[in-house]
Design a protein around this ligand. Structure first.
Ligand code: HPA
Ligand code: ZN
Length: 330
């Protein structure tokens, strides 16, 4: 079996996936029509042309624009169901997805509509094809902590559905420490915490997320190699880094896939795995991320196996489930 087939047929977990980032242009247009929402693109080609980003902020502008077509519970359901079907197609058997409530509540959409649509689609996928999942609510870091407290209070009413909290959006100038009090309250309420750090931002932001937000995982974290002490710490603690290769190229964190530092991180024995981040915007779902980075970095079958095993080891599944899935990767 060649490596591409091995990647496609192996069970996988995805740990860094923004559900709003799975909004394909076709669905964006059909929802715009269904909900009578005006969008600033004429047609699907126009949308695809706009997906030419210089950095994180230029992407976020378009991403928040696209999310405006999501209005009703059924829209969030349809969005999530489409991603669940992708999971089935790609042998993603477990997924831990992010959603950004403030992107919607700030437009007057109720928190309940958002979470119920997402949750019902994932439950259906669990019932129909045994997809397991966790939902992680992200705070938008370009907004203030008070806005975060408002959605955290809402999340407390949905503790049965929301497993953890994270931090995303515009990184530079919005360090993890800005949200120390908010994460403290989330931890007091038994939410697991994660945070985007070291995507564009400095290693210092990764330290802050570890030391002041008590995160169990770092999302992206690719800037860690600039700090030897941090690499030592991440290697010792095996705190996972959820790496997203195609995202990093689209947002120009690296010039091209051959320059990506994933292999260096593997060689330093860091707990890394591959994810798709915002696949509708960055040109590919999980298998494409794995296949393209394997080719670009000439990863061996052993390297790929480690990435797949790490996806389960780094997940929030229980130990028994982790062992069961890992035993199926060979
Ligand atoms: N980084 C920060 N915020 C985001 C991302 C990302 O990669 N995707 C969606 N929101
Ligand atoms: Zn992300």
């Amino acid at each position: 079996m060649n490596l591409e087939e091995f990647i496609k047929k192996s069970p996988k977990a995805e740990l860094h996936l923004h559900i709003e980032g799975t909004l394909e242009p076709e669905l964006m247009f059909s929802l715009a029509k269904r909900n009578n929402v005006e969008i600033s693109f004429k047609n699907i080609d126009d949308v695809k042309k706009a997906y030419n980003f210089n950095n994180l902020d230029s992407f976020l502008k378009i991403y928040y624009e696209g999310a405006k077509v999501l209005i009703n519970e059924k829209d969030f359901f349809d969005l999530t169901w489409a991603y669940a079907l992708k999971c089935k197609e790609e042998n993603i058997v477990h997924t831990e997805i992010f959603f950004d409530p403030q992107t919607h509540t700030d437009r007057g959409i109720s928190f309940d509509i958002v979470i119920n649509g997402i949750y019902k689609a994932l439950q259906k996928a669990k019932n129909e094809f045994n997809l397991s999942f966790k939902i992680i609510m992200c705070f938008l870091r370009h907004l203030d902590e008070d806005s975060g407290f408002k959605v955290l209070n809402q999340a407390l009413l949905h503790k049965d559905k929301i497993f953890g909290v994270g931090l995303d959006s515009s990184e530079t100038g919005n360090p993890p420490n800005k949200f120390k009090r908010l994460f403290k309250k989330a931890l007091e309420n038994n939410f697991v915490t994660v945070a985007h750090a070291g995507e564009e931002g400095p290693p210092e932001y990764i330290w802050e997320a570890l030391n002041h937000l008590s995160v169990k995982r770092i999302d992206h974290g690719v800037q860690c190699l600039k700090d030897h002490k941090l690499v030592e710490e991440l290697s010792k603690t095996q705190i996972p880094l959820t790496v997203c290769p195609l995202s990093n190229i689209k947002l120009r964190v690296f010039n091209n896939l051959k320059d990506h530092n994933l292999k260096k991180m593997l060689d330093k024995k860091l707990m890394v795995m591959v994810n798709s981040d915002d696949p509708a915007y960055f040109g590919g779902y999980l298998n494409k991320n794995l296949i393209e980075i394997q080719i670009a970095l000439n990863l061996s079958k052993e390297d790929v196996k480690i990435l797949l095993v790490n996806s389960f080891k780094s997940s929030f599944l229980n130990e028994k489930k982790k062992i069961e899935w890992i035993s199926k990767i060979s």
